[in-house]
Design a protein around this ligand. Structure first.
Ligand SMILES: [Fe+2]
Length: 263
């Protein structure tokens, strides 16, 4: 059984599904891939889209009804993909945010694509101090982290969770992302895999093929570990992050030393 914790299936609220027809097609594809449970995580505070808890809960109920009416055996839950900004704590206290577990433990946090803002560590620590476990969405697509894995390692060591996106691991968006995805699994820098599904052709699920690749490369135990972690998160249970594997990572290119006084 596959649980998907990151998806853009609610029609017309962000850059994911645009119509109910899109959502229904994607839901059927999910069932074909063996996905049984999906958390719906529209973008929030990403500079383009704001989606607030109360509305998402209502839209999730409506989408569940549409799936039930269409005979699609898929259970959906309200969630959110929250861009890390200075609004996080205010939104949290104003009850505008949704966790992935529905109990306020796991929040899906998005960083900008190109950089890791200077306040990131401080804000993540503020969440951890509030009893929250931040889940870093698709760290393998962040340009700064791709160049220096130790940035992500620090977040994982603080108590965050890394969420790999299946399409990065599929090889369909390039060798570079595939390499980073493999490295992150091997090094224990990601603990779950989700789809971040947006579109039936351009950004589909890739969950089934992703787990198949994982089984071939890392064994069935790794697949089970990732699936168990996804289930623990949706249930609000603790997950065990294997820190033994997160030994100091060094992929940062070394600067050439200049020998003072030779010239
Ligand atoms: Fe997303």
């Amino acid at each position: 059984m596959i649980i998907d914790l990151h998806s853009h299936l609610i029609p017309g609220v962000d850059d994911g599904a645009q119509t109910l027809e899109d959502s229904l097609k994607l839901a059927k594809l999910a069932v074909d891939e063996g996905i049984k449970h999906i958390v719906l995580t529209p973008h929030h505070r990403n500079g383009q889209f704001n989606n607030y808890a109360e509305t998402i809960i209502k839209q999730t109920e409506e989408l569940q009804q549409a799936f039930d009416n269409a005979g699609i055996s898929l259970t959906v839950y309200p969630g959110q993909e929250i861009r890390l900004t200075e609004y996080f704590m205010d939104d949290l206290f104003d009850q505008k945010l949704l966790s992935l577990d529905g109990g306020g433990k796991y929040y899906l946090i998005e960083l900008p694509t190109k950089r890791v803002p200077s306040f990131t560590k401080e804000y993540l620590q503020m969440m951890i101090d509030q009893g929250i476990t931040p889940i870093i969405a698709h760290p393998e697509r962040n340009a700064e982290i791709m160049k220096d894995y130790s940035i992500l390692q620090e977040f994982i060591d603080m108590g965050c969770i890394g969420q790999l996106t299946a399409i990065s691991y599929s090889g369909n968006i390039g060798e570079e992302f595939l390499k980073v995805a493999c490295d992150f699994i091997r090094l224990g820098l990601v603990q779950i895999m989700s789809s971040d599904v947006h579109h039936i052709e351009w950004r589909p699920f890739n969950m089934k093929s992703g787990y198949e690749r994982m089984e071939q490369e890392f064994g069935i135990e790794k697949v089970q570990e990732f699936k168990d972690n996804a289930r623990s998160i949706i249930n609000g249970d603790d997950i065990i992050v294997n820190k033994i594997q997160t030994k100091k990572v060094k992929n940062k290119p070394k600067k050439k030393k200049r020998f003072f006084g030779l010239f």
